[in-house]
Design a protein around this ligand. Structure first.
Ligand code: FE
Length: 350
């Protein structure tokens, strides 16, 4: 192809003008932010929609059930990820240990999120809270309070259902036990709970509640929001029956408090839209963001003064264990080793 020199100059001029216009418009545009999310779309989409409406910032989300931390690691400097959304101190810690996080400094976030629910170094931030509680048979359990320690009492022999001891939810709970009672006592406790199991640990938290409904066990261990998720499950109405067969007991409300974990976020180390990502974090921790989270997820807000949903409120008040999740994170490895040591996942018979 041949162009006359006049044409080349004209084309070059036109593209120059275009690029100037584009460059001038960029700062005025709100831009975008990219999220990699382990959290399900229905839980976070309403919040992201509101954020875009209020700021003009477009939110792109990739959802996956696994592999996102590895993916950000593999993408390295070219990773488009700005934020990773996940649950549990175990996963947040895995992300920071993988070196894919960068600290966030934000007075707004520090003001909104209590120190127990964020990393001291700003590398992870809790956005919602959940308590790990006991689901007790309405029919067969008279008690209306319980402690985690009680779960090892021989009076519950063959009566307890729980998922794998190696699941992040249980590892954090066991880590909190180590923090309060020491390693030796926690090991003895874990052996006691194992002896009280009704069956080999398997399935998720909801299936343990189903176990109570079916009469296989009297107590199940599970996170609070599953009560809401089961009661509101129109697609699987049988779960409403499972939920209606149990009452929630918040362990240790009379002493140290009930074990609490979070869902949360990290800012990716190579975030291409860092400023927008911090804006989104601040929105999620704002009064409005926290209220929306509480309504959609049946979780507890991390921010003080924001009430949980009416349904969550109906389960009663509880006292959260004040221990920081950083401290629990540090004891996770020990907890996981104890689970193996006592053969917890082999179930009651071995
Ligand atoms: Fe869960």
């Amino acid at each position: 192809m041949r162009f006359s020199s006049a044409r080349v100059i004209a084309l070059a001029l036109a593209s120059f003008v275009l690029s100037v216009v584009f460059a001038e418009r960029l700062p005025a545009e709100a831009g975008e932010v990219n999220i990699y999310s382990y959290r399900q779309p229905y839980l976070i989409n309403p919040l992201l929609k509101t954020f875009t409406k209020e700021t003009g910032i477009k939110v792109n989300v990739i959802f996956a059930e696994k592999g996102l931390i590895e993916r950000i690691q593999a993408e390295g400097r070219n990773s488009p990820a700005d934020l990773l959304l996940t649950v549990d101190i175990g996963n947040l810690e895995q992300a920071t240990a993988a070196g894919i996080a960068q600290p966030v400094q934000s007075a707004t976030l520090e003001e909104a999120i209590p120190p127990a629910y964020r990393a001291a170094d700003g590398e992870w931030w809790g956005l919602t809270r959940r308590a790990r509680v006991v689901y007790a048979s309405k029919e067969r359990v008279k008690a209306d309070h319980i402690t985690y320690e009680d779960l090892a009492d021989p009076k519950w022999r063959g009566k307890i259902c729980v998922r794998s001891g190696q699941h992040v939810y249980n590892v954090a709970l066991i880590a909190s036990m180590i923090a309060h009672r020491g390693e030796a006592e926690t090991e003895a406790w874990l052996r006691g709970v194992k002896a009280n199991l009704a069956r080999k640990p398997a399935g998720d938290d909801r299936l343990q509640v189903k176990g109570v409904y079916a009469g296989e066990c009297d107590l199940a261990i599970g996170n609070t929001y599953y009560m809401g998720a089961m009661l509101q499950n129109d697609k699987q109405p049988e779960q409403k029956e499972w939920a209606n067969s149990v009452k929630l007991l918040f362990p240790n409300t009379e002493d140290r408090g009930t074990h609490v974990n979070v869902s949360g976020a990290i800012l990716a180390k190579n975030a291409p839209h860092k400023e927008n990502a911090v804006k989104l974090l601040e929105f999620l921790a704002s009064d409005e963001g926290q209220r929306m989270y509480a309504e959609v997820n049946n979780e507890y807000p991390v921010k003080k003064g924001i009430p949980p949903s009416d349904l969550v409120k109906s389960w009663g008040d509880f006292k959260p264990d004040p221990i920081t999740l950083d401290e629990i994170g540090d004891l996770r490895k020990k907890a996981s080793e104890l689970v193996d040591k006592v053969g917890f996942d082999e179930g009651p018979s071995s």
